[in-house]
Design a protein around this ligand. Structure first.
Ligand code: SF4
Length: 697
């Protein structure tokens, strides 16, 4: 299985067992050596051929923020020591990423004005950088060299120069941010000078035995920036100048083209890397090219490698979602891989602030030291490929101990919280029976999976459908349990989720009114409704609008349909085929799409805007009429929203019926997820609740 992915390869002098690397991620817990070591150790043990650290600033002024490590500092030395020891003990290899934020640095981190090739305002860091003078350029080159030298002395297995995603080195290469007219800028050749000088400095400091990877931008996706052709020229120059591999990045933080969000098709950016690889081949510079971004399975990686698009594939978020993605795939058990759903909610969105990075579908990510149990269950217990774990009561549990039947725990509800609780309990060796009233497991992920670009939510359901039986969890679907049914269990985890909030709308009967669950259940029925008013404009309402814009809403997208949809969205033609039909989102207070993470919200709303979806805030719904929905604005004036149907997606309330029954019956229980608190519910909290509860019960 996956022969191209599992072919050995090498980067410079570094021999690697296969072609799957773990890409750089800023984690916001780099200064915690214990957490960092445990995090990397699991990914190394899980089979990553080479792990690239998060960016380590080569100087204070190049820092990306308060939580970044700065090369040479005490915190860096502690973290580097812990990470190297953990990765090497686990049999892995670790590359240090050398980073300088340039105009993406935040002035308030150290009170230093950001430096850049030219004074071009940064919308990302909201600062005006100073143009670097010759002395500052020379010092920065020495900073890169010093960091590479230290990496070699500490025992790193490689270094990677961060030269993409709009950071300093990329800024020098870009016509949008390099406005100089000296030896460091002015034309395409001079814009290469700084990236090449950085490479030369690092190459020299690293010495011949330490591989140097250069991450360059394949396409900035920025107005006025250098062209992909220019970057292919830079790639050839870097290869000729001694780079051991080129890792191809895409897009800048300021770009308005989505690059890593769920709505971006899998493998969208591989052709950019493939063109760079072809350009190198044409110039007889056979330096390995690494592809990255929107690849979340070994199957996709293997296909790209087999097709000769790239020589290595760098996965980042997929290693958060499942540290053992490589090991499971190598064992021929890809169905046991917990797939990254590209939500960005617990990773990229957090990395933009200061909260420690984790993963929505894997709440242990970043907290491996605090929650070591799953390492024991999945790593030292039944391994992928070794068959399912025995069922409780029929033999030894995962911990090797025969457990009494009365110790069994019931989990009611198979949405994210319940699934995670069941898996966590079972990984502790607790017999678990999981009850679900619906026909299948997955809860609200089954609704989300219908949204264009979110089919990977169903991959998470697939994961649990294999992982839970492996752990010995008994699953009973189509069973709406009552308290009386659960008297024989030692404990009940109530994960019964939420119910749609109802909104009183006088005038019933004037228009069809559905709640969001009905709309998601049969979106095709709304396809021919010309005008739809959606009451509510949070994440579910935005998802619903996306769904209703599709030609065949509700049918999972094929990869081809995903690519076609994204092309329409990039062209600003999303939803054009609705023939002028109107969707209106209505919100009383707050922002449209509130609750959607910052890295995704703008992209989601951009699609809705281009499709002509109306989005109104500050309106209060008053009554239904036979011509639409009557609302009032904040100034008290009335407004008729023309509509032929109304969908209510105005929040949720706790589903507490079972919890009340258990309380009355005196059966011990714990309520988690939306059933505990519907306000502000998101899947990050639901999964985290499941982990906490499964560990504590
Ligand atoms: Fe992937 Fe979401 Fe997890 Fe980030 S939080 S790694 S995007 S599943």
């Amino acid at each position: 299985m996956f022969p191209a992915a599992f072919a050995p390869g090498s980067i410079g002098t570094l021999d690697l067992p296969h072609r799957i690397l773990m890409g750089s991620m800023h984690l916001n817990f780099e200064a915690d050596p214990r957490a960092l070591g445990a995090f990397y150790a699991e990914r190394a043990a899980g089979g990553a051929a080479l792990i690239v650290t998060g960016g380590t600033a080569v100087s204070r002024e190049g820092s990306g923020g308060r939580t970044y490590l700065v090369s040479g500092g005490g915190a860096f030395l502690d973290a580097a020591g812990a990470a190297l020891e953990a990765v090497h003990d686990a049999g892995g290899r670790l590359a240090l990423q050398l980073f300088h934020a340039g105009r993406y640095a935040f002035e308030d981190t150290f009170g230093l004005q950001p430096l850049a090739p030219s004074p071009v305002w940064s919308a990302f860091s909201r600062s005006m950088p100073a143009a670097m003078n010759q002395e500052q350029i020379a010092r920065t080159l020495e900073d890169f060299a010093g960091a590479a030298r230290l990496a070699r002395e500490l025992g790193f297995d490689a270094v990677e120069i961060m030269g993409s995603e709009g950071y300093l080195v990329n800024q020098f290469a870009s016509a949008a941010t390099n406005l100089r007219d000296d030896e460091w800028g002015g034309d395409a050749v001079r814009r290469r000078a700084f990236p090449l000088a950085v490479l030369a400095a690092v190459r020299d400091a690293a010495g011949p035995g330490l591989p140097v990877i250069f991450r360059l931008s394949g396409d900035d996706l920025m107005p006025g920036s250098s062209s992909p052709e220019e970057y292919r020229g830079l790639a050839a120059a870097l290869a000729a100048a001694g780079a051991d591999a080129l890792n191809v990045g895409i897009g800048w933080h300021e770009s308005r083209v989505p690059t890593v969000q769920a709505l971006v098709p899998h493998g969208q950016w591989l052709p950019v890397a493939a063109l760079i690889r072809a350009a190198l081949a044409a110039q007889a510079c056979p330096v390995p090219v690494i592809g990255s971004n929107r690849i979340n399975s070994l199957a996709q990686a293997d296909a790209a490698l087999a097709a000769g698009q790239v020589d290595f594939v760098s996965l980042a978020r997929p290693f958060l979602a499942d540290p053992r993605i490589v090991a499971k795939s190598a064992a021929g058990r890809p169905e046991l891989v917990n797939t990254c759903i590209a939500c960005n909610e617990a990773c990229i969105d957090r990395s933009l602030g200061t909260e420690p990075v984790s993963c929505l579908v894997n709440p242990r990510a970043g907290r491996e030291a605090a929650y070591p149990v799953e390492v024991q269950a999945a790593g030292k217990g039944p391994v992928p490929g070794a068959g399912p774990a025995p069922l409780p009561g029929t033999g030894p549990g995962p911990g090797g101990v025969r457990l009494p039947a009365h110790a069994a725990v019931a989990v009611a509800g198979a949405g994210p919280a319940g699934l995670q609780a069941a898996a966590t309990l079972a990984s502790h060796g607790v017999p678990v029976v999981l009850f679900e009233a619906g026909p299948g497991i997955g809860g609200q992920f089954l609704l989300a999976g219908k949204v264009p670009g979110k089919a990977d939510f169903l991959e998470n359901v697939r994961y649990f459908s294999h992982e839970l039986p492996r752990l010995g969890v008994r699953i009973r679907t189509g069973v709406r349990v009552r308290a009386a049914d659960l008297a024989g269990f030692s404990h009940v985890v109530v994960a019964t989720g939420v119910l749609p909030r109802t909104v009183p709308l006088p005038g019933q009967g004037q228009l069809p009114v559905l709640d969001y669950r009905d709309a998601f259940a049969d979106p095709a029925a709304l396809r021919t409704v010309p005008r739809i008013a959606v009451v509510g404009a949070g994440g579910i309402a935005v998802d619903l609008a996306h769904l209703l814009l599709q030609p065949e809403p509700g049918r999972p997208e094929t990869e081809k349909q995903s690519a076609e949809r994204f092309a329409r969205e990039l062209a600003g033609a999303a939803g054009a085929d609705r023939g002028g039909a109107q969707i209106t989102l209505l919100r009383r207070g707050g922002r449209i799409g509130a609750g959607i993470g910052p890295s995704t919200r703008w992209a989601a709303l951009q699609v809705l805007r281009s499709a002509g979806v109306r989005m109104l805030t500050g309106v209060t719904c008053r009554r239904l009429t036979n011509r639409g929905l009557l609302v009032t604005r904040q100034d008290g004036s009335g407004l008729l929203i023309p509509a032929d149907a109304v969908v209510v997606a105005a929040g949720q309330v706790e589903n507490t019926e079972l919890a009340h029954g258990l309380e009355a019956a005196g059966i011990p229980f714990t309520v988690i997820g939306g059933a505990a608190t519907a306000a502000g519910l998101n899947a990050v909290r639901a999964f985290a609740d499941g982990l906490e509860c499964g560990t504590a019960v």
